[in-house]
Design a protein around this ligand. Structure first.
Ligand code: ATP
Length: 513
């Protein structure tokens, strides 16, 4: 088995074993691509939300946050284009009866070609050693050039066919390349069909006059339809932004890769409203700002890259993804889109209401342009969790599993661990717990050996362990163990709050952005 797969399996099992993520409805054998966050997962997720919300709403005096409803008027999805165009091309294998996204089959095929190109490069690197000129090799080696050219031809043809809704050609391409069902090897495919990703539901008691609704597939539209409400009540001048965190639902055809692609997930989106003509400047600015926000987490610059879109969605005049190196390779984590005035104009048209802004300086009314930043909360959770999960071999040869989460995000900030419950140590520990609990999420634990308790806290990423022993009762000091260095120091109980705060405060992250 490939190493990457091992890492990913370990991430999934660790998330379950330590109360971060459980398969939904597990006692009924689960529900595909739906997950529940457990006691530690909910804390970590809430902390990630806070980091985003504070960075957007608290640090920017021209961004406000809202919380709009999941149910929305059905015409909104007509105006936004989701009813007509929020589709994925799907294809079924007639033998295995499995369903695939036709575009993903082709993209996976290209990823394999790229792997082959990378192998050639690695081989040459080994052969030539220090004298190896990678750029020159990539631009001249016939095999690498051939692999890359083939990818480019396939992806261009796929983009063209999808744009023209020529699904027969997408199937033809799959057949020409002799792409087989990855599990069974069968090449017996159905035609390619479009499949709308929105979930439908009904509003109203009597079935005959119930209204057909959709569960929102993105949170952004809740911001657009409230643009005037927020602008008028907040009295913000352009440019200003509206942020929102909330659930979104997509009936994903191929939902795998754990919480990377779910059918119910959460998005953190911000729409920045700007005067027409200035949008591309703000777009570049937000690209950089969002990357800096990610980098402040300390997961490593090498794990991020931008992917600028060549083929733009119908509403955009510029778009890029921030991709992250997940355990299964670089994939989209966040999208930054210059959405023009598409959404507001469409809602003006469909609702018959004006959604315009009067610009005092320009002395004119106009429909604002929008730059959007949209990050998946669950994907971010996976990025952080999988990168921070580490197996370490210690000096004495023993091993430990540690989750090196940024301390501000850790579910539990400190664990209070009396060496034993008796002799008054338990009570002393409880006193510390009862004092710290007003400021931090802390836990008290007196079962098992101290070594085992340390390991459990390492595995959920707790920055500090506080050990109470007999001396504590008389000199009012405790042993403070640091998760990362495992160093232990004796500190006065009266300093605990300050020390924990210094390490776990959100300021540590926010001031690095
Ligand atoms: P993808 O190409 O991976 O399907 P997308 O381009 O459709 O994603 P957007 O519509 O731009 O995604 O949504 C913004 C963000 O929401 C994405 O960058 C991603 O982090 C998150 N997201 C989208 N779909 C899902 C999903 N099914 N599960 C979890 N997160 C998702």
């Amino acid at each position: 088995m490939a190493k990457q797969e091992d890492v990913f399996k370990k991430v999934i099992s660790h998330a379950k074993e330590y109360g971060f993520i459980f398969p939904s409805s597990e006692i009924y054998d689960g529900l595909s691509a739906v997950y529940d966050y457990g006691q530690n997962g909910a804390e970590l997720k809430n902390n990630i939300k806070q980091y985003w919300w504070k960075a957007m709403v608290q640090l920017n005096d021209n961004i406000v946050g809202i919380d709009s409803a999941i149910f929305m008027h059905p015409t909104i999805w007509k105006a936004s284009g989701h009813v007509d165009a929020f589709n994925d091309p799907l294809i079924d294998n007639k033998d295995s009866k499995k369903r695939f996204r036709a575009d993903v089959l082709l993209e996976d095929y290209c990823a394999k070609l790229e792997d082959k190109a990378q192998k050639e490069i690695e081989k040459a690197e080994k052969r030539f050693g220090d004298a190896f000129d990678k750029a020159q090799f990539e631009s001249t080696n016939p095999r690498v050039l051939e692999y890359r050219e083939k990818q480019s031809v396939i992806l261009k043809r796929l983009a063209r066919s999808l744009e023209n809704n020529d699904l027969a050609d997408v199937k033809a391409l799959i057949e020409e390349l002799e792409i087989a069902d990855p599990d069974t090897g069968s090449k017996n495919w159905t035609d390619v069909r479009q499949f709308n990703l929105m979930f439908g539901t009904k509003l109203g008691a009597a079935s005959e006059n119930a209204t057909d609704l959709y569960l929102r597939p993105e949170t952004a539209q809740g911001i657009f339809v409230n643009f005037l409400n927020v602008q008028k009540t907040s009295r913000h001048k352009l440019p200003f932004g509206i942020a929102q965190i909330g659930k979104a639902f997509r009936n994903e055809i191929v939902a795998r890769q754990f919480i990377f692609r779910m059918r119910e997930f959460e998005q953190m989106e911000m729409q920045f409203f700007v005067p027409p003509g200035t949008e591309l400047g703000y777009y570049e600015e937000w690209k950089q700002k969002r990357l800096n926000w990610h980098l402040a987490l300390g997961l490593g610059r090498e794990n991020y890259k931008f992917h600028d879109h060549e083929k733009l969605a119908h509403y955009a005049n510029a778009a890029a993804d921030i991709e992250f190196k997940f355990p299964f390779g670089f994939k989209e984590l966040e999208g930054i889109h210059s959405r023009t005035d598409f959404d507001l104009s469409a809602h003006e048209k469909f609702s018959g209401r004006k959604l315009q802004y009067f610009d005092n300086e320009r002395n004119e009314n106009y429909t604002p342009f929008v730059v959007e930043t949209s990050v998946g909360l669950d994907r971010l959770f996976l990025a952080i969790f999988s990168t921070c999960l580490k197996d370490e071999v210690l000096e004495d040869g023993s091993e430990r599993t540690v989750l090196t989460l940024p301390p501000a995000l850790a579910p539990v900030k400190a664990a209070i661990l009396p060496l034993m419950k008796k002799d008054g140590l338990g009570e002393y520990g409880e006193k510390i717990f009862n004092d710290l609990k007003y400021d931090f999420n802390v836990i008290y634990e007196d079962k098992d050996s101290i070594g085992k308790r340390y390991r459990r806290q390492d595995a959920i990423g707790t920055p500090f362990c506080i050990t109470v022993d007999h001396d504590s009762l008389t000199d009012h000091t405790v042993t403070l163990r640091d998760r990362d260095t495992m160093k232990q120091e004796r500190v006065p109980v009266s300093d605990l709050r300050r020390i924990i705060d210094e390490k776990t405060n959100f300021r540590n992250l926010l001031s690095k952005i």
